[in-house]
Design a protein. Structure first.
Length: 302
């Protein structure tokens, strides 16, 4: 595929993201959508096939101005990241001498603090599925794993049996960029996973062609995000949690509760699998808010 045309360059860049950067399918699809949109805009301006040399800073600015009225600030910022990533790749490959996206700036985004569950809410949620039947055992084990390890839901659902070391109370997770990490598990999570593997999983697997994933659906295949999301809503309502909830809130709660308990920021970064500590630092702001609220509530002169 030629790097001389914008369409060809996009194809090569997406292949680079897939093979060398090992982006997950959802992230890859988002990049593809954003860059194909750019290609359509450029083709409408300069014709097809659009030479890479015709893509200059004024054309990119015009593209961002054209999409701005129809997109939220966060979506605009994502498109800037995609465009800059493409031309950085082309610069490294020697296909362009000057990066036309270098001066592009997305809209300023207000820092959005993660929402989380309080400790009592977490305990109620973990207890909600119960232990009556294989599905209840599965959901309890999955919720316990999410909160005990702080893993992403995709990491939990992609977890094979070979990476679960319950005798050592450790799980091997594979995060973004296929980077592995070992995360310890507490006794409640180990007990819930043992119960699921001993009493729940065999019941779902009986007489079926079973996959190697830890968490199975009714057909013996890998449990899907959509399948668990609906279960999570049901368990949250049973626990008396009426506000919006997602698996990621357990990850936020895991990190914040560790910091509130005195954990080191670098340790939390490692447990979460963050490449950059700046990503982890947002949880210090959440923890600070917790301390300020506690001060206002309990100090007699607050």
């Amino acid at each position: 595929m030629s790097l001389d045309t914008l369409d060809g360059a996009i194809d090569e860049y997406l292949q680079h993201l897939k093979v060398e950067r090992r982006l997950r399918p959802n992230s890859l699809a988002a990049y593809a959508q954003d860059l194909r949109e750019l290609a359509r805009f450029v083709a409408a301006r300069v014709g097809e096939p659009a030479p890479i040399g015709r893509v200059d800073p004024p054309l990119l600015v015009a593209y961002l101005q054209a999409i701005a009225p129809t997109l939220a600030a966060r979506s605009q910022a994502r498109r800037v990241v995609a465009v800059r990533g493409l031309f950085r790749f082309l610069r490294e490959e020697g296909s362009v001498d000057v990066d036309p996206s270098q001066g592009l700036r997305g809209p300023r985004l207000a820092q959005k603090l993660p929402t989380l569950l309080g400790r009592e809410e977490v305990l109620k949620l973990l207890a909600a599925p119960g232990a009556d039947g294989p599905l209840a055992l599965r959901d309890t084990a999955l919720l316990e794993l999410l909160y005990a390890s702080g893993c992403r839901i995709s990491e939990a659902l992609d977890l094979p049996l070979s990476q679960l070391y319950l005798d050592q109370a450790v799980v091997r997770l594979v995060g973004k960029g296929e980077k592995p990490r070992l995360v310890p598990l507490g006794a409640p999570a180990v007990a819930a996973l043992h119960a699921w593997l001993r009493d729940g999983r065999p019941a779902l697997a009986q007489g079926k062609r079973v996959s190697n994933w830890v968490f199975l659906n009714n057909r013996g295949g890998r449990l899907s995000r959509q399948g668990f999301f609906q279960k999570l809503q049901d368990h949250a309502l049973a626990a008396g949690i009426t506000r919006a909830i997602s698996p990621h809130k357990l990850r936020h709660s895991f990190a914040t509760h560790l910091l509130e308990g005195g954990a080191d920021l670098r340790a939390v970064q490692t447990l979460l699998g963050h490449a950059d500590i700046a990503t982890t630092q947002i949880y210090t702001h959440v923890s600070d808010q917790h301390l300020r609220a506690a001060h206002r509530k309990h100090h007699p002169r607050a």
